[in-house]
Design a protein around this ligand. Structure first.
Ligand code: DGY
Length: 318
């Protein structure tokens, strides 16, 4: 049995695959194209993929031996799940384990955007700090403000917990209303998206990317937000219309943004690059050593279960 891992992952995490042939591939910089993926996946019984790998119907058709695609991420919008299902290919992901790391990153971006940490750092390095001034780089106060969580799943709830610790009130919108016990624990108010956009001081995105969330935060949404609003996106870039975001930040329709994900990742809209009121990170949500190790382990466990014909496949999404 041959398992192809599309990028180098923490090898120690792949111990459940001891005894199998594991091929770790290294693409040249940039996201792989379908053809490259097809090329390296030839003869593979299992694939361990990254969120930048286009696992399309064409790729699956060209690799008929593949029985399982184990995604090294919780989001799997890069995988044509319907095509996998139709071909009897199991798809798994890595839920739960990256919740706290991703919420940490979202909160780090929020604090950086609210208190201008990146421009402040540049200011000091550029030798511009000549004296303390009462009006130097005044930021937004989080305490007492409202955070609007778009998508109150595991990561959204973890972000809400952090916000509560900083004295914020929580509201949320979701496809369906959360369990009353979850609402109660977070003191979270269920709102429509429009009401959330209009009343929140911080809007943090934690929804999946799908047909209904693609471009959800566009010109109309920015027009509803407070001019003091801060947008944080650690979900998927394409939930936000980046052109509209660049315009809203430039015109101060909103105050600031913190982005870990981009609409056409790894490309970033050029209109964002020279703005001081946006802080940018290269998709680091789950990037802690402990989390990445556990993610590798979960992929390996799922692959092993499929290849051994286990009745219960862990972390299965299709
Ligand atoms: C995921 O797992 O979907 C995250 O985006 C990785 O950081």
């Amino acid at each position: 049995m041959r398992i192809v891992v599309t990028r180098p992952l923490p090898l120690e995490g792949l111990f459940p695959l001891d005894g199998y042939e594991v091929v770790q591939h290294r693409f040249s910089p940039g996201a792989p194209e379908e053809d490259q993926l097809i090329d390296i996946a030839q003869g593979a019984d299992a694939l361990i993929t990254l969120l930048s790998d286009p696992v399309t119907d064409r790729v699956l058709r060209a690799c008929p031996d593949v029985k399982v695609v184990a995604q090294y991420a919780v989001g799997y919008d890069n995988i044509d799940v319907a095509a996998a299902r139709a071909r009897g290919v199991v798809v798994t992901n890595t839920p739960g384990v990256l919740t706290e790391a991703t919420a940490d990153m979202a909160f780090a971006l929020l604090l950086a955007a609210a208190r201008q940490i990146a421009p402040a750092d540049r200011y000091v390095r550029d030798g511009k700090f000549s004296r303390w001034e009462a009006d130097l780089m005044l930021g937004a106060e989080l305490n007492g403000g409202a955070i609007g969580i778009v998508g109150l799943g595991r990561i959204g709830a973890a972000m809400a917990r952090r916000a509560i610790g900083f004295g914020m009130r929580v509201c949320y919108c979701n496809r369906s209303r959360a369990n009353p016990s979850v609402e109660q624990k977070l003191g979270a108010r269920f709102l429509s998206l429009d009401a959330l956009l209009e009343t929140s001081d911080v809007i943090s995105l934690h929804c999946n990317l799908n047909a209904s969330s693609r471009g959800l935060i566009g010109r109309e949404a920015f027009a509803r937000m407070k001019p003091s609003a801060i947008l944080v996106n650690t979900a998927r870039g394409a939930v936000v219309d980046e052109e509209a975001l660049a315009e809203a930040l430039r015109n101060r329709t909103i105050r600031a943004a913190g982005l870990d994900v981009f609409e056409r990742e790894p490309a970033v809209h050029p209109g964002l690059l020279d703005l001081d009121n946006v802080v940018l990170a290269p998709h680091l949500g789950s990037a802690t050593r402990a989390t990445r190790l556990k993610m590798a382990e979960m992929c390996a466990e799922a692959v092993r279960a499929v290849l051994e014909g286990a009745r219960r496949i862990p972390y299965r999404v299709a």
